[in-house]
Design a protein around this ligand. Sequence first.
Ligand code: 13P
Ligand code: 13P
Ligand code: MG
Ligand code: MG
Length: 371
Amino acid sequence: MKTTLSIIKADVGSYCGHQLCHANLIKAADAVLKEAKASGTLIDYYVAHCGDDLDLIMTHDKGEGNEKVHKAAWDAFMDATAEAKKLKLYGAGQDILSDAFSGNVKGMGPGCAEMEFEERKSEPVVCFLMDKTDPGAFNFPVYRMFADPFNTAGLVIDPNMRNGFRFEVYDIKEHKRVFLNTPSELYELLALIGSTSRYVIKRVYPGADNKVPETEAVAAVSTDKLYEIAGDYVGKDDPVAIARGQSGLPSIGELVEPYAFPHLVSGWMRGSHVGPIYPCSMDNSIPTRFDGPTRIVALGFQLAEGKLVGPNDIFADGAYDRARSKALKVADYMRRHGPFQPHRLPPTDMEYTSMPKVMEKLKGRFESLKE
Ligand code: 13P
Ligand code: 13P
Ligand code: MG
Ligand code: MG
């Protein structure tokens, strides 16, 4: 049987400010998905949150981009938005860009990561949920999971991974994509994905002779940049990702190992600052200091004919205490820079900027440097 795992997410309001998704929103979304499960649209679901983002983790047998599944998620966000408006939550309906559903959530605000595959004898998956950053934040950890032998021992010692992995990379400005094989095109891959605001990993596929067929994705990332969708600043683009593990793929321990290092990402306050990523449990995903630091939650499941067995809230473990403590030290260091780059993002990447107004005010006062 082919199973599809879909995570569809949106921020439809939070308290206080941009900190936390309210329990009433989770309840409203749960009621809609319960109905979708009863009617056979979904096999199973789990309503999660990371900070102020509402993350709908869903399984079904309908393939990617399915209208019924996307409509169920859309309805869940609409009902949650109605709750958010009642409670006057902050940013109620923030990521909903249209009033009318038109077949798919793509381009309508919510972010989406989906994968369809033949369930193996045992199918462990990890759902990664981030808050206060953008899709490029996944480039570094996903690269390390599937292409870095210093992270993933299996690349060296599991004969299944001898031919590495194939990366699908999106150019989110030009709306193009390119496929790159690792290890043979490792340098080209890094040349692109090191530019996290432009090139983002969308999917990863196994190389030849893996136990998993070359056509089946083993990782998928949401790459919906609301800024690009709307043409102007609206809402945010806090991303999610899915990765499958074990038996020819990185083990679950290898999938979560990159987060032992709290790498620097774009986002944080007003989506306009560079800061460390802070791995934490779902209950601790409450971005407080300077609306952060950026959070990453990892929920591990086993799939059983589409049923979600779990979750195991992976970063609740004390083994990530040191990463958290390092992230806080880095946060102190970065904050000391105030409005200066590289803490503040370059003007082209800022989600908030007063620059046009500043330039307007100073327009007549710039003098030519030519003698
Ligand atoms: P406002 O308070 O103007 O909405 O902006 C700050 C913020 O929280 C960004 O979303
Ligand atoms: P979100 O993208 O999580 O809504 O955060 C908005 C923000 O501006 C925080 O300062
Ligand atoms: Mg918000
Ligand atoms: Mg958010």
